[in-house]
Design a protein around this ligand. Structure first.
Ligand SMILES: [Zn+2]
Length: 448
């Protein structure tokens, strides 16, 4: 069984809602409310029953048992008085919907499932749903995140037993509401919040246990392929997804560095979502000598091309760098991570903590890497060493850079980034910069 743990984004701009729902049971369900043929007449199904309010998914660390439940179809119905979401599954699952504000989203949380949506529904963009995405959130959990055009109140999820050749259907209604009412009800259910903080503590613990013993003498490089799982990052003009490119380059660079004798830790080795602060925690737990995040950018101007490297600054960025920081920092929001209070990864106080020595080393590395990269590929025409308030670079004790490999919005860049040969020479150039950073004689040795 092929498990689709990937990410799928359906933009409101792609086209109108597929109008093929009228002849099947789900289609009738979509129109059951607010139409002349009510549910009793059009739907030969058992009466809906509320899903028990238990935590969706197994407890933290539990492995899924047996084959995963399959999501076979999903529909979004936009009506005058509500937006109705129907998800069809092979098995009944505990599924939980809740709203989050800033940005306004509805999160549908469930145990890990296999997504088999042949033709995902496309919202018109004029109803409550702006866009949505679905995929793996973390091991054992899947998630659908709906971006909202307007404040809504979320109904309890109702499950309808299989009938007429359909599996279990889960119905969730979104009713228009006022901003104050939305803000009052938005937020994480307390038990899910606890599950998330437990999962992060566990991840940090595992990262610390995997850290190489002190005194091994090997330099430690933490590589951070950007995005993943629910969060695809930028999608290229050729369909190449930033998360896939970042992972491919990360795995290649890891191989290169290991061959040169470095200890390499990757923040992810597959298509899974990792919160930004967890990436920082992995770097710190491993006492990394350098942290290298790998991304690719996009620009409204399709002619913009070239590689650039970002280091951390305190927010005094030009407009373009600020826009980039907004894009890269929103990964957690995209995946429905709790950003309240002290969990906010871009809290200014953290950025202020990054120490001068760390920042100097980061800048040195960026300079070396750009010098090498300039020999094998084009750099961004205007100053390729840039700075922005990037949440993933804030560790005070780990020199850190974020490489924007190129522009997925540019035909040439997107095409070459999709080749093994380009990825290999870029990995070599970055590895050379790591060598330069660590084998250069110290000032004391030079003066001797
Ligand atoms: Zn990115």
């Amino acid at each position: 069984m092929r498990v689709l743990a990937g990410f799928f984004l359906v933009s409101a701009l792609l086209g109108p809602l597929a109008a093929d729902g009228a002849d099947d049971a789900i289609g009738r369900l979509m129109h059951a409310q607010g139409s002349s043929d009510g549910p009793a007449k059009s739907l030969p199904v058992a009466p809906p029953r509320p899903i028990p309010q238990t935590v969706a998914g197994p407890s933290v660390g539990a492995a899924p048992q047996g084959p995963l439940p399959i999501v076979m179809s999903a529909r979004i119905g936009e009506h005058q008085d509500r937006t109705r979401l129907v998800i069809e599954l092979s098995d009944p699952v505990n599924l939980r919907a809740f709203a989050l504000a800033g940005p306004d989203r509805v999160v549908i949380d469930m145990p890990e499932v296999s997504w088999r949506l042949g033709s995902p529904p496309r919202p018109s963009g004029f109803g409550a749903v702006k866009s949505y995405r679905y995929g793996q959130f973390r091991a054992g959990n899947s998630r659908m995140v709906i971006d909202l055009n307007q404040p809504v109140s979320v109904s309890d999820a109702l499950v309808i037993s299989p009938s007429a050749g359909f599996g279990y259907r889960v119905v969730i209604d979104l009713f228009p509401t006022t901003r104050p009412k939305f803000d009052a009800q938005a937020g994480w259910p307390a038990d899910l919040k606890k599950r998330e903080s437990d999962a992060e503590r566990l991840a940090a613990l595992i990262a610390a246990q995997q850290a190489p013993p002190a005194g091994s003498g090997k330099r430690i490089v933490v590589l951070d392929p950007g995005h993943g799982g629910l969060d695809s990052g930028t999608i290229g003009v050729n369909g190449l997804m930033e998360k896939d490119l970042a992972l491919a380059e990360g795995l290649k660079l890891a191989r290169t560095l290991r061959q040169r004798g470095y200890t390499v830790v990757l923040t992810r080795t597959n298509d899974s979502f990792i919160p930004l602060r967890q990436r920082v925690a992995i770097a710190r737990a491993n006492k990394a000598d350098i942290f290298i995040a790998l991304h690719a950018d996009s620009n409204p101007d399709p002619e913009t091309t070239g590689t650039s490297i970002y280091t951390l600054n305190d927010g005094r960025s030009d407009r373009e760098a600020s826009a980039l920081a907004r894009r890269e920092n929103q990964s957690d929001a995209i995946a429905g991570v709790d950003l309240s209070g002290e969990n906010n990864p871009v809290a200014p106080i953290l950025i202020g903590l990054a120490q001068r020595d760390t920042r100097n080393k980061s800048s040195e590395f960026a300079t070396n890497a750009l010098h090498n990269l300039g020999q094998v590929t084009d750099l961004l025409a205007r100053s390729p060493h840039r700075s922005a308030s990037l949440a993933v670079l804030v560790a005070p004790d780990v020199p850190a850079v974020l490489v924007e490999l190129g522009y997925l919005s540019n035909n040439g860049d997107a095409a070459q980034m999709n080749t093994d040969s380009w990825r290999a020479k870029v990995a070599d150039a970055i590895a050379d910069a790591v060598d330069t950073q660590f084998v250069r004689p110290s000032p004391a040795q030079v003066s001797r």
